[in-house]
Design a protein around this ligand. Structure first.
Ligand SMILES: O=C(O)CCC(=O)C(=O)O
Ligand SMILES: [Fe+2]
Length: 377
């Protein structure tokens, strides 16, 4: 049946109701912080003859030792990136009632939807200051996931951006890492394919402003050192300092924004798939410098995760084999393994299904033999 005027009207009303004001990046801090030296991967060279091989060489130490690097020239136009920040910014200003329509289903370990800032941090009397909206991949499997008004009203644009981030950045990084591992080029990209079900998401995130005293109390309880759960995390240039990474020597260094760049890190499932060869680096977000303390820290990120069809079994990499990292069991095709989705959901549930954030020093998480430390000082 053709849509009638009444069918289409609510959609129009929705589009009109939420005005998306352009958001612009705040000025970077003028403080001279101890910045982490991160390698820059210029993705405009990816399709040049020999380009991928050259970039893979540049990425080797970042992926195996540092765990973090920066991508530049992704080919995603900056006005599209800024539009996503603007949508995120507008979303967080919506009434709590609207934001809470589709909350993350933490009892099931599902991370799609809205995460509010209602959790207490231990016994500090301070609450978390983070809100986020996690948007699933734009594939038919997720067409029935709840969509907030603003997402509905801008869905085509969000969907195109979502896929482009995977296609132009995540996919290429998986190819470079596969080259490093001497695997067929598309091996890891296929294991994280956009068109397959997985808990990948585009994330709008905000660290709301809080006072120095609140930051101090929260940070005295925990500085929140952690590793990410999935395979790759992409952070669009974040101009409010706060993110720190732990170097191989154990020092904390700040991550500097790179105009138009994307800060990337490898995460736990990629470490599992490579028997620890790819490094999931410990990082945390701490009190921003004084000149940025009053700026809401709006973030735009993409999380890539192995999905329903990807077994959490080490990849058949000739390099890992030569390094002696693969056991007979790893090489045995008939060994049962959990899927990426099963692992990631168990991890999300363990970390997030609670009302009070607990101190997790000295504890670890384990699911079917896959083990990670929970907290890092
Ligand atoms: O906001 C950031 O800079 C990083 C956030 C982060 O580490 C995370 O969401 O896992
Ligand atoms: Fe993280």
């Amino acid at each position: 049946m053709a849509p009638s005027a009444t069918d289409t009207q609510p959609q129009t009303a929705t589009t009109d109701r939420v005005l998306v004001k352009p958001w612009s990046r705040p000025a970077p801090t003028s403080e001279d912080l101890d910045w982490a030296p991160l390698v820059k991967i210029d993705l405009s060279r990816f399709d040049e003859p020999g380009g991928k091989q050259e970039l893979a060489k540049q990425l080797y130490d970042a992926v195996t030792k540092v765990g973090f690097w920066v991508v530049v020239n992704s080919g995603i136009e900056d006005d599209r990136v800024l539009k996503q920040f603007s949508l995120g910014n507008t979303f967080f200003k919506e009434p709590l009632e609207e934001k809470s329509r589709f909350p993350c289903n933490f009892p099931k370990g599902e991370y799609f939807g809205y995460r509010d800032a209602s959790r207490w941090i231990g016994d500090t009397g301070v609450k978390e200051n983070i809100e986020m909206l996690n948007i699933p991949k734009a594939i038919p499997a997720y067409k029935d996931e709840g969509r907030h008004e603003i997402v509905k009203a801008h869905y085509d644009e969000i969907a195109k951006f979502h896929r482009d981030v995977w296609e132009k950045v995540a996919r290429k990084l998986f190819v470079l890492i596969a080259i490093i591992l001497e695997l067929p080029e598309n091996y890891l990209a296929d294991a994280h394919a956009y068109d397959e079900n997985s808990d990948d998401h585009l994330r709008y995130m905000i660290y709301n402003v809080r006072t120095q005293d609140e930051w101090d109390r929260a940070q005295a309880y925990s500085k929140g050192g952690h590793t990410d759960f999935g395979s790759l995390t992409l952070l669009f240039s974040q101009h409010v300092a706060g993110l720190q990474i732990r170097t191989p020597e154990g020092a904390w260094k700040w991550v500097k924004p790179v105009e138009g760049g994307i800060t990337c890190n490898a995460a736990d499932t990629l470490t599992f798939l490579t028997k620890g060869f790819v490094k999931s680096t410990v990082h945390r977000v701490v009190t921003p410098p004084k000149d940025q303390l009053n700026i809401p820290r709006l973030g735009l990120l993409y999380f890539s995760r192995p999905g329903d069809k990807t077994p959490m079994k080490p990849v058949p990499s000739p390099l890992l084999e030569r390094l002696g990292l693969l056991t007979e069991e790893d090489k045995n095709d008939s060994t049962e393994a959990v899927t990426g989705t099963q692992y990631v959901r168990a991890r999300v549930k363990d970390v997030h299904d609670k009302k009070v954030l607990d101190k997790r020093e000295g504890t670890s998480f384990e699911f079917k033999g896959l083990k990670v430390q929970n907290y890092y000082e």
